[in-house]
Design a protein around this ligand. Structure first.
Ligand code: MG
Length: 249
């Protein structure tokens, strides 16, 4: 069931979204060689709580951190760790959620640190572009498949792999609401888009194969099957009478 948001709901989602966007900026500013992913997680958690919100991911399905921190071949759902340190050249993806006023915000960024390879830099640029190609299609003329197709087409034009096993989603008082928003699909297919829909659009793009593996040991981390890097870019968005609004920039 798709829950349509009214103006009052959207106002509350702006508040949650702003906290998420600010937290991501803080994480990017805090990133340096030698910092542990645990420390980064604590910086984010402290900021989210100080803002009056609750970290959406902490305890979600038992997830032990406030931020998913996924490095290089890790696609998503990396667990913050006291023994995992940031190094020059890494591609680091942060995924953050905050819950306040009964609404969630959810967004992700990938960044490189120091002297990273050209191919990593290009991958994260294109992943970001994929989001904006997708969101261009978020209007009442279109269907979910138009968003999906635009993302897939852009990524594949660079020879990249579009992750199939994880998708974007509706968002509101629940972090994951209907509908699913795949990053692959056919234009003109799927549900018609409507004012009041709030979607977390989140391309997950791999340098190599689209295939991924789910870590059986920690139960969370998703990695590329070929161990090549992956990037992630996500925002919470909502379609209003005045067009699409990105809530987590
Ligand atoms: Mg999400």
């Amino acid at each position: 069931m798709i829950i349509i948001k009214n103006a009052n709901d959207i106002e509350k989602m702006r508040i949650a979204g702003k906290i998420v966007g600010d937290t991501l900026r803080l994480l990017e500013d805090s990133l340096r060689p030698g910092i542990s992913t645990y420390e980064l997680d604590k910086i984010a958690e402290t900021y989210i709580r100080k803002s009056g919100a609750i970290p959406s991911f902490l305890g979600y399905g038992g997830f032990p951190g406030s931020v998913c921190i996924s490095i290089d071949e890790e696609v998503v759902h990396g667990i913050p760790s006291k023994t995992r340190y940031i190094e020059e050249g890494m591609l680091v993806s942060f995924d953050v959620g905050a819950f306040i006023g009964n609404f969630h915000g959810d967004a992700a960024r990938s960044v490189v640190i120091g002297n990273a390879s050209e191919e990593k830099i290009k991958l994260l640029e294109v992943t970001r572009e994929c989001f904006f190609k997708g969101i261009e299609k978020f209007n009442e003329e279109n269907r979910i498949g138009d968003i999906s197709f635009a993302i897939q087409q852009h990524a594949e034009s660079f020879g990249y792999g579009v992750v199939r096993d994880l998708v974007g989603h509706g968002i509101g008082s629940e972090m994951h609401e209907d509908p699913q928003v795949p990053n692959f699909g056919n234009a003109g297919r799927g549900l018609r888009l409507k004012v009041g829909m709030a979607l977390a659009i989140e391309p997950m793009i791999n340098l190599g194969t689209h295939k991924v593996d789910f870590n059986q040991e920690d139960g969370w981390t998703v990695t590329t099957r070929d161990k090549k890097p992956s990037a992630h870019y996500e925002n919470t968005t909502v379609l209003t009478d005045n067009g699409v609004e990105i809530l987590t920039l």
